[in-house]
Design a protein. Structure first.
Length: 132
């Protein structure tokens, strides 16, 4: 029963971080679309902004999932980043955003997992906020 409760807690944490990261991404995409229309951004700049948005979304998603002083930051962060990248890549394919490219998918997963793991380790090492 205790193991089942831990698994449920870990899954809840993963989903909380994943959905927060997705929300950040959607908000960022709306802002980016406005910038593209108003400023006429080049393809290279759009790709750069897209990568920055991914890194920001994963980092904030991991922080939202773990908070300060959480446990198992490396694993939790890497899991949030990997699932985020996989979900995003699959959604892009389903919506007709391009052809499947294994190398590109693995690169996205590696980038997001690394950012998530680094953020998770950083969150684990932050002092937990004291409750008054």
């Amino acid at each position: 029963a205790r193991m089942k409760k831990r698994r449920r807690g870990a899954l809840s944490m993963l989903l909380r971080g994943l959905f927060f990261a997705i929300g950040i991404t959607l908000l960022g995409m709306v802002l980016m679309a406005g910038a593209i229309v108003l400023l006429g951004m080049s393809d290279g700049l759009i790709r750069l902004c897209n990568q920055f948005l991914k890194v920001l979304a994963v980092g904030l998603g991991v922080f939202w999932a773990m908070g300060r002083g959480g446990e198992k930051g490396l694993v939790t962060g890497a899991a949030v980043g990997t699932v985020y990248a996989l979900a995003g890549y699959c959604l892009c394919l389903v919506l007709g955003g391009g052809a499947f490219d294994l190398g590109q998918m693995l690169g996205e997963m590696l980038l997001c997992a690394a950012v998530g793991a680094a953020t998770g380790v950083a969150c684990s090492n932050l002092r937990a906020l004291r409750r008054a």
